[in-house]
Write a protein that binds this ligand. Structure first.
Ligand SMILES: NC(=O)c1ccc[n+]([C@@H]2O[C@H](COP(=O)([O-])OP(=O)(O)OC[C@H]3O[C@@H](n4cnc5c(N)ncnc54)[C@H](OP(=O)(O)O)[C@@H]3O)[C@@H](O)[C@H]2O)c1
Length: 384
């Protein structure tokens, strides 16, 4: 039978094509359905996970972080909310003051006002972040989760991010501070507090004579957060014209998260990265002011998600322990393709879908490069 099947080239070709096209299509369809199911937030599961637990949330005053804060408050979490908080409305209140008030209003009756507070901090400074972490732990106890949403993007061509005065801060350096350091400083500050007795409450105790595991005193390890989750971007795994500086900072964040995930395994602490698509936030509105036309053309129909929906998807998939978390179908397809050495949630099915994603990648690259070439011809053509 095998012989007759192989001896009929037409049948063999059909069977081959069904296998080569059918298996990746079926696998990708399965992964898409799985994503759609898992990305629906289960309120009971979230409440069980966060009610009465202390969560540090950065970037909480606006956009995505604000939406995450409101959901967590509704489900009974104790919150330390962080932003720089330099803005003021006509009543003299900052966006950080306002989100604290909103969260207190939304919280269930068993959550006291003191369980939710804001600490204005510039996370680009390690020393300010250490002080903030220490104050938060003293007031509300060790963190159960640490969620980092602080950050933002100022898209521009790389040449435009170089200052005319080289003693001034370059925009490419600013992006690293705003997106990478605001996350690294938070992890650094939590570890600093553990090394100096902050987590166990014995402030100013050093590490000398104490047993360490990956550099952290063992007796304080049980008070480390159960999760660190940071917000990268689809541009943590993909870069193109106009995003060279921003994307580099978000790639750096992915490197930090992947490394820490390994280092914190002995403590059972999960480290995750959310890589959302465009979100309709104040930060996005600012971004659109400097975004080059070429960048908009390459982005094409990337779509725009609401911060509320994005926050729900993020929290739903955090609870499923995904290391790399997409916000929508486009992001999920990109995640499966560009997961690199990071642990895959469905290794076999994702492996089977990869040949199809390879084809999509070839087309995407072709069109992105065509856009850049067309832009070049248009501008340079004018000069000739
Ligand atoms: N919006 C999008 O399309 C999009 C897409 C992909 C990824 N992301 C990422 O998602 C995250 C949230 O973005 P978003 O659009 O919601 O931004 P947003 O509306 O501008 O809000 C940013 C938040 O971070 C705080 N923040 C910024 N820099 C800070 C610093 N140095 N120290 C402390 N807090 C700081 C801001 O408050 P203060 O100004 O008061 O400090 C604010 O609360 C960012 O990491 C961004 O890169 C956004």
């Amino acid at each position: 039978m095998v012989y007759s099947f192989l001896s009929n080239p037409a049948e063999f070709l059909v069977a081959f094509l069904v296998f080569v096209i059918g298996v990746p299509v079926l696998s990708l369809s399965f992964l898409i359905v799985k994503f759609l199911v898992l990305s629906r937030l289960n309120p009971k599961k979230l409440e069980k996970a966060v009610s009465g637990r202390h969560i540090l949330l950065t970037g909480a005053s606006k956009g995505l972080g604000r939406s995450v804060a409101l959901i967590l408050a509704k489900h009974g979490a104790h919150l330390t909310l962080v932003a720089r908080g330099n803005d003021r409305n006509e009543d003299g209140k900052s966006s950080l003051d306002l989100i604290v008030e909103e969260c207190r209003r939304l919280a269930p009756a068993h959550v006291e006002p003191a369980h939710i507070a804001g600490i204005p901090t510039d996370l680009m400074s390690l020393s300010s972040t250490v002080q903030m972490v220490r104050a938060a732990i003293q007031a509300r106890g060790p963190f159960y989760w640490v969620l980092g949403c602080a950050g933002g993007s100022v898209p521009s061509f790389f040449a435009d991010s170089v200052p005319s005065d080289p003693t001034k801060l370059a925009r490419f350096e600013r992006e690293i501070q705003s997106n990478y350091l605001t996350a690294a400083n938070v992890v650094g500050a939590v570890i600093h507090n553990s090394k100096h007795g902050g987590l166990a409450g014995n402030l100013d105790e050093g590490v000398e004579g104490r047993d360490l595991c990956v550099g952290i005193p063992i007796q304080d390890a049980q008070t480390l957060p159960k999760r660190f989750v940071f917000v990268g971007s689809m541009l943590s795994i993909l870069s193109f014209a106009g995003y060279s500086s921003y994307s580099a900072s978000k790639y750096a964040l992915k490197g930090l998260v992947d490394g820490l995930r390994n280092e914190f395994i002995p403590f059972g602490t999960n480290v995750q990265l959310f890589i959302p698509n465009n979100i309709d936030t104040p930060g996005y509105a600012e971004e659109m002011k400097t975004k080059p036309e070429l960048t908009k053309t390459i982005e094409g129909v990337a779509g725009l998600l609401s911060p509320e929906h994005c926050a729900e998807v993020m929290l739903a998939l955090i609870l499923h322990d995904r290391p790399l978390i997409a916000s929508d179908l486009l992001g999920e397809i990109l995640r499966i393709y560009a997961q690199s050495m990071c642990v895959r949630p469905s290794p076999v099915t994702e492996g089977l879908a990869l040949p199809l994603l390879n084809v999509i990648q070839i087309f995407w690259n072709f069109f992105a490069e065509q856009d850049c070439a067309k832009y070049g011809r248009k501008i340079l053509g004018k000069q000739q």
